[in-house]
Structures are given as structure tokens and as C-alpha cells.
Design a protein around this ligand. Structure first.
Ligand SMILES: [Zn+2]
Length: 450
């Protein structure tokens, strides 16, 4: 993030403030000494009329308060700005108190903030920018302004108004939206290749999720395959990446087969991804029922278990770290959830039509998942483990038809929604627009299209 750190750390800043106070106190006492001396000289020739108790009140005032009266000119502290990183469990009040802001002021500032931002939404890792100005004593410890980030494009500013009260307002940040492109040969896993090209991890995870209906990320991605990705990113004035979102186009070339996905908003307002024929990517069952980003073994060096479907091994295995969430491949009803011999912790889901799916060797089954429960596609039903007869953590996945295991790779899932009419015509325009955009990329950013 491009925030300029404050000129002083908190401790240094506080120390400077205290030393200024001492200086003021010293000057105050010196001045007081001079006044007393003058008074003494001035009254020396007159009888003392007032009792000693009526001596100037200032004499009884602690030195700090004398300094705070500001009658003695001292150099004003320059405003200081500090960036405070929010730790887990931190509240804004606590963070302000830790910088030396008095409790009542911290409360007032947060009360003003509430008009535009719920302080409970503060997240660990966010940064507050707090500005201190000269206080009445000339020390630079008076809270003047606090900037709280709300989104990548908006802050809330809490500022001290002329009357000393805090007021808050929203501040739009200058951000630039631009198209971002990544692509090239897949070096090890799709996820790692993208991240190595500085594609944000969340964008790669999203791309993999979109392809999880069509691609078995354990077996289908091989050396020589390639990808392309077009998404939107937001940068600040210094060109720093603030945020990325919205995959507009994705392409995977697997063993020479090109699978393209286009983002499209239908007339009903549904945002979906379609292939170039206008068929939704969503299928009744996922081909990769775990987070495909976690399948990271390099080609050719995959260790057991990576087994595909054979007459000896009537399922397919996904090698992912223990604890990786397992997703229901499709909507359905739980037929079985519990320990099942060599399968260990096991879940079987009955889908509409003839298919069931089964998941074995779990480290644990999701809470509340029992026989009869309804599940949605993508819902987490348990976590990868090595329970039962398993040599190491992996998901053993089976597709069953009429109660017996069949090869998932042999089943072509029908696509769901298919665009037609006006939607299809508009979709074709979207496809043409994306293709023009890809062609307009500088040659070094464009993949050779063989
Ligand atoms: Zn297996």
C-alpha cells in the first residue's frame, strides 16, 4: 500500500511532546519567577495589605497547567501523521488510546465515524491514517483527522471542525479501472502459473472454480497446456494494484482442446459464464469436487495417490493437502454420512436422476451433515484426510449410477442453461467485443493462436 508513514513513530512523537511540555513548564516557571520578582519590587515600598493566601493563584498552579495556558510563546509542533495497522481484535478506540488520544476524544471521534462506517467492520490488516496537530500547549498531540478505509475506492474521514467537534464524511479515492490480461503456457499448476504472473490469488481461485464443472484439475492439466485470463483491475495514482475483480474472459487449452468462457449478464439480470455457443458452464456435477487451486503437484512428478478409474480402482483420487474442504459435486440428498469400512469417513449424496456421488477418507464430516440432509452444489460436506485404508491424505471420489461405480471421466454432463433469442444475439456481440479486445493486445501479451 502506498501510504506515507508518519514522520515519527508514536513513542518518539510522544517523547518529543513531553520534552516540549517540560520546556514550556521551565519557561513558565522562569516567567513566574520574573513576575514574582517584579511584584516583590513593586510592593516593596508599601505595607502588605493582603494576607499571604491572596498571593497570585498562579503560584499554586502545577507547572503543566501553566504551560497549557499558552501565555509563554513556544514553538508550535508541526502536524504529524501516523499509519496504524489494525491487528486482530483491535478496536478503533483502543488504537486511538494507544496513540495517546484522551478517552473522551477517542469516543467522540468514533461516534462521528459511525455516521458513515460501522467500526465493527474494521478488519485486521487495514490501515488507519491518523493526523495530530498542535494542541493548546503547542505540543503536537491533538487528534485532528483520522482516515478509515471502507473499500478500495472509498475512505471515511473524521475531522475536527472549527468548534472542536468531530465530523465525518466519505472521501472517494482517485482510482483507475483498467483491463488486466494474463496468459501463457501452464508451467506447473494453473494456479501457480497465474500467481507467478502477478494475477491476484483470488482471481486464479475464481478461474479454477469456473472450470471445475468441466475440468478434472488432477488429471486433465498436462505439460504444454495453456491459459488466458481477462479481468478488471483498479490501480491508484502510483500504479499500485488496489483491487481485482470480474473475470470477463477465460480460456484453457488442454491437450489441444480449447475451452473458452465468457461472462454475460442475461435479460433476467443473472451474471453467468457461457462457452462460445452460449451454453452455461454450470453442469449438474462438478468434475473437481475440491478446491482445484490446492492441486499443485508438478506434471510427471505426481506422487501416489493420483489414481484414475480402473476395474481395480473404482473411483478417482485427488491429491490435496489434509484439511482441504470437499464440496458436494451437485445438489442432492445425503444417503449416507459416517464411517464405512476401508472408505473411512464417507459421505454419499443422491442427485436427481440416476447419479450418486461418494467421498471417502475424510478427516472429518461437516457439522450437521447426516442422512436425509439436503445439500447444494459446492457446499462443503467434509475435509480431506486419510481415514480408513488410505496411505496418505487424498479425496477418493466415486460416481455411481444405479448403485454401482462408473467412470466419471466417461460421463458427459449435459450443460444447463442455453442462451437463445435476444440474449443469444447480445451474447454474440459480447463475444465479438472480447475477441477484438484480445486482438488489440500488444503482440508480446498475446498468445500464439495455433
Ligand atoms: Zn481412491
Amino acid at each position: 500500500m502506498g501510504f506515507e508513514p508518519g514522520r515519527h513513530s508514536g513513542k518518539v512523537f510522544r517523547a518529543a511532546s513531553v520534552s516540549r511540555m517540560r520546556m514550556a513548564a521551565f519557561l513558565g516557571l522562569a516567567g513566574l519567577g520574573a513576575l514574582i520578582a517584579l511584584g516583590f519590587l513593586g510592593t516593596a515600598g508599601f505595607p502588605r495589605l493582603s494576607p499571604r493566601s491572596e498571593a497570585p493563584a498562579a503560584v499554586e498552579t502545577p507547572p503543566e497547567e501553566r504551560a497549557a495556558e499558552g501565555t509563554i510563546p513556544v514553538t508550535q509542533a508541526e502536524p504529524t501523521e501516523r499509519t496504524i495497522r489494525v491487528g486482530s481484535g483491535d478496536t478503533i478506540i483502543d488504537l486511538l488510546l494507544s496513540t495517546g488520544v484522551p478517552r473522551n476524544e477517542a469516543h467522540d471521534a468514533v461516534a462521528a465515524l459511525r455516521k458513515h462506517f460501522n467500526p465493527r467492520q474494521l478488519k485486521s490488516g487495514q490501515e488507519l491514517v491518523v493526523k495530530f496537530g498542535p494542541g493548546d500547549d503547542g505540543g503536537g498531540d491533538r487528534l485532528e483527522r483520522m482516515i478509515v478505509p471502507v473499500t478500495f475506492r472509498q475512505d471515511v474521514a473524521v475531522e475536527r471542525a472549527g468548534n472542536g467537534d468531530f465530523v465525518s464524511s466519505t472521501v472517494d479515492k482517485p482510482v483507475k479501472e483498467q483491463a488486466a490480461y494474463a496468459g501463457g503456457p501452464i508451467e506447473s499448476s494453473l494456479y501457480e502459473t497465474g500467481v507467478a504472473q502477478n494475477v491476484p490469488a483470488a482471481m486464479m481461485a475464481e478461474m479454477i472454480r469456473l472450470y471445475s464443472y468441466d475440468v478434472d484439475f488432477q488429471r486433465d492439466v498436462k505439460e504444454g497446456d495453456s491459459f488466458e485470463l481477462l479481468y478488471q483491475q483498479y490501480i491508484d495514482e502510483q500504479g499500485q494494484l488496489l483491487h481485482a475483480e470480474t473475470i470477463r474472459y477465460a480460456e484453457l487449452v488442454l491437450s489441444g482442446k480449447r475451452i473458452r468462457l465468457f461472462r454475460f449478464t442475461t435479460r433476467n439480470g443473472d451474471v453467468e459464464y457461457f462457452n462460445e455457443k452460449g451454453e452455461s458452464v454450470k453442469k449438474a456435477l462438478l468434475r473437481t469436487p475440491v478446491d482445484g487451486a490446492r492441486i499443485s503437484s508438478k506434471f510427471g512428478s505426481r506422487l501416489h495417490p493420483i489414481l484414475g478409474y480402473t476395474t481395480m480402482h473404482r473411483g478417482i483420487d485427488f491429491a490435496v493437502p489434509g484439511g482441504t474442504p470437499i464440496m458436494a459435486a451437485g445438489n442432492g440428498t445425503v444417503e449416507m454420512a459416517g464411517t464405512n469400512g476401508g472408505y473411512g469417513r464417507y459421505v454419499r449424496i443422491k442427485h436427481t436422476g440416476v447419479f450418486s456421488t461418494a467421498y471417502a477418507h475424510m478427516s472429518s464430516i461437516a457439522k450437521g451433515l447426516r442422512k436425509g440432509a439436503k445439500v447444494r452444489q459446492g457446499q462443503v460436506i467434509g475435509y480431506v484426510g486419510s481415514s480408513g485404508l488410505a496411505t496418505g491424505p487424498h479425496l477418493h471420489y466415486e460416481l455411481l449410477s444405479g448403485g454401482s461405480q462408473i467412470n466419471p471421466l466417461s460421463v458427459k454432463m449435459p450443460s444447463g442453461q442455453k442462451l437463445d433469442g435476444k440474449d443469444l444475439a447480445r451474447f454474440r456481440e459480447t463475444v465479438a467485443m472480447i475477441e477484438r479486445e484480445l486482438k488489440a493486445l500488444p503482440p508480446e501479451r498475446r498468445l500464439a493462436q495455433n
